[in-house]
Ligand binder design. Structure first.
Ligand code: ASP
Length: 499
């Protein structure tokens, strides 16, 4: 081991102890022959004093070399600082380490931006290209730690409530959630494709048929959308589903989890109203002109959280005829085709009448003007689900081809069920007071869906394309990035020059 203690956790109680620390040089200041170093690790910072006569000979020779971001292991004694040197802003602010020896574990080039300062003007491209350095910053570290605490809380809470965490496939078949899908070509089945899931929707419902009556998952979801706002092509949901429940059951467990989550991870925040108010879609549109109203009474209070449920959405809406020429019946679902109609409108759905008036059991949860989640009670009877697809104008063949597995599964005793998914990234961002979800994802993509650090998406070799039976169209204009001349061949395990 390179260390016995964490830098940021040392306090006066450790006075006169000999400790071994390991971390990065945050800053270096020189006062004549004495050098001061702030040493940083995941726990925080501690001040180290390098006094030549207290250091061993080997270390003395190295002092001049030390620069920010060098990696050190050092031994020293914990000493109290004099009163006027106390730094009240950090836990270790009353002590410092008088170093006896140190070793340089690794050197560092000068970073492309300052690590120890929160400059907001660093270009995002640069931050993402050197994300591993960006992650060393205090603010990013705190965001990622908050994200971890939220995920841990969620796991503990739902385990406690009897939910089982189950993974569902990422190589899947399309599921209609209203976005374009990412395709993955199959090598073994020429001309066929997997689809990356927009959500685990179908699998979680099939788990209900499989008898796992309380499921959850911290699920990665993929949507190939044009980048609007701060959307990410892959993002994380807390996805859950329950059997033998009604709308009130789902709403009540979600309220309980969110209230307790906020109390546990962000106690400085206050929830405006408990139980969360409910507003119908019609009322939201009339009063706020949006179905994700920001209901905060004081929009300047950074700690105020206005959580609310939006309910009673129309099940179907008219499709844009220009987009839908010659296709369908002119109706599409507003949220989720698997949702059930409200019980009082079920007959209308089965008879395919008053289509525009059918309301769904869908419930969305909004927080300060963001939609942070949504779900519904599902159609567990095959006929009702089939009617949804018929209303959307799908022919029987198409319904069978796309959703036959769901209809068939529901013929084997599907229990009544319902669920919800939260956008985890958004919740973390709001609790971290970050305007953008990229700030709470360790390795996000840029606004136009690139990863400047790994340089993805990137070219692949003609051999790889051939293996998955893909030929790029001749008129494709490929912009060559400097890196794209050499491509990594995962089969050969090396970089090869593209012919
Ligand atoms: N699958 C839905 C979504 O991703 C959530 C749900 O209905 O449970 O928005």
């Amino acid at each position: 081991m390179y260390r016995t203690h964490y830098c940021g956790r040392l306090t006066e109680e450790d006075e006169n102890q000999e400790v071994q620390l390991a971390g990065w040089i945050n800053t270096r200041r020189d006062h004549g022959k004495i050098a001061f170093i702030d040493l940083r690790d995941i726990s925080g910072i501690v001040q180290v004093v390098l006094v030549p006569q207290d250091l061993d000979e080997a270390s003395n020779k190295l002092i001049a070399e030390l620069r920010p971001e060098f990696v050190l292991s050092l031994k020293g004694i914990v000493k109290k600082r004099s009163a006027k040197q106390i730094n009240p802003n950090i836990l270790s602010g009353k002590i410092e380490i008088l170093a006896k020896s140190f070793e340089i574990l690794n050197k560092s080039k000068t970073p492309p931006f300052e690590i120890d300062q929160e400059e907001n003007n660093v270009n995002e491209e640069l931050r993402l290209k050197y994300r591993y350095l960006d992650l060393r910053k205090e603010r990013m570290k705190n965001n990622i730690l908050l994200r971890y605490r939220i995920i841990k809380f969620v796991r503990d809470f739902f385990h406690e409530k009897g939910f089982i965490e189950i993974e569902t496939p990422n190589l899947a078949k399309g599921t209609p959630e209203g976005a374009r899908e990412f395709l993955v070509p199959s090598r073994l089945h020429p001309g066929k494709f997997y689809v990356l899931p927009q959500s685990p929707q179908q699998f979680k419902q099939l788990l209900m048929v499989g008898g796992f009556d309380r499921y959850f998952q911290i699920a990665r979801c993929f949507r190939d959308e044009d980048q609007r706002g701060d959307r990410q092509p892959e993002f994380t949901q807390l996805d859950l589903e329950m059997s033998f429940v009604e709308r009130e059951d789902v709403i009540s467990i979600i309220e309980e989890s969110l209230i307790n989550l906020i109390k546990a991870v962000a106690p400085e925040k206050k929830i405006q109203q408990i139980p969360f108010p409910r507003i119908s879609y019609a009322e939201a549109m009339e009063k706020y002109k949006t179905d994700r109203p920001d209901m905060r009474e004081d929009k300047n209070d950074p700690n105020l959280l206005a959580l609310a449920w939006v309910v009673d959405f129309p099940f179907f809406e008219k499709t844009d005829p220009a987009m839908n020429a010659g296709q369908g019946n002119g109706w599409t679902f507003t949220h989720n085709p698997f949702s059930a109609a409200k019980p009082e409108h079920k007959e209308w759905l089965l008879n395919k009448e008053k289509i525009g008036e059918i309301l769904t059991t869908q419930y969305d949860i909004v927080l300060n003007g963001f939609e942070i989640g949504g779900g519904s009670i599902r159609n567990h009877e095959p006929l009702a689900l089939q009617r949804v697809f018929e209303i959307m104008g799908l022919e029987l063949d198409e319904i069978k081809n796309k959703f036959g597995h769901m209809l068939e599964a529901f013929e084997y005793g599907a229990p009544p069920h319902g669920g919800i998914a939260w956008g985890l990234d958004r919740i973390v961002a709001i609790l971290a007071n970050e305007p953008n979800i990229r700030e709470v994802i360790a390795f996000p993509k840029t606004g136009d869906a690139r990863d400047p650090m790994m340089d993805s998406p990137s070219d692949v070799s003609p051999k790889q394309l051939k293996e998955v039976h893909i030929k790029l169209s001749d008129d494709l204009e490929i912009e060559e990035s400097p890196k794209s001349k050499k491509v990594f061949d995962p089969i050969e395990g090396n970089f090869s020059k593209e012919e």
